[in-house]
Design a protein around this ligand. Sequence first.
Ligand code: MLT
Length: 245
Amino acid sequence: MSLSSIDVLISANETDDSLVRGKTTVVIDILRATSTMITALHNGAKSIFPVAGMDQAMRLTSTLDRSAVLTCGERNGLTIEGFDLGNSPLSCTPEIVTGKSMVMTTTNGTQALEKAKHAKKVYIGGFLNAARLMEELKTQGEEVLLVCSGWKGRFSLEDTLFAGYIVHELVNHSKGTPVLTDASTAALALYTHFAPKLVETLLESDHAKRLRDIVGEEEIRYCLTKDACPVLPVFHDGVITLPST
Ligand code: MLT
């Protein structure tokens, strides 16, 4: 079967149930929610429960074995008071996350996941698992929808450039000639333009600038590293895990 179409949504606000139903989706929040999720699962976390709100996170945590759960999340880049962790991939070391379930809420990434939850498939994507993700997407004979989390309803360069990378790889290396929409055509054009200086460009993106003083450049560079965590997290029935292959 060959891939039929590729579309891109530019922010969590644009995402809704009617757009995702029946589609194979990839939720993208390079800085930093999906990078944190990919890292945590790669480093041994058991599962991640993404939720939209802080109250929802606390309610869910109270139903779980507290000693086996880490609460994590941020608002505007800052760790939420009373939570075990912020939204830092570099904090998700094997020592901290192995065997744990994580209840996570973030400004945009977990909102996008909440809105994409009824898609046919929901993969968690980022530069960190780029090659592993492409391996899977190239086998799909379906409509692919790339859901960028963006920032508070607005476009974000890092998410759209990663969507453009996926479009580029699928157009050039999958079976068939997928139909592109205006959004996937634009993401592809942006990626093609910036590919030779991707990291330099993204280090100057709006959210990288917002984050630099809070978390430092090392963390931002880490989120832009290709293939550091070759795993493919899947969101299904409210929980993100690495399905056994
Ligand atoms: C988000 O969900 O908006 C982010 O991941 C923000 C961040 O922690 O940098």
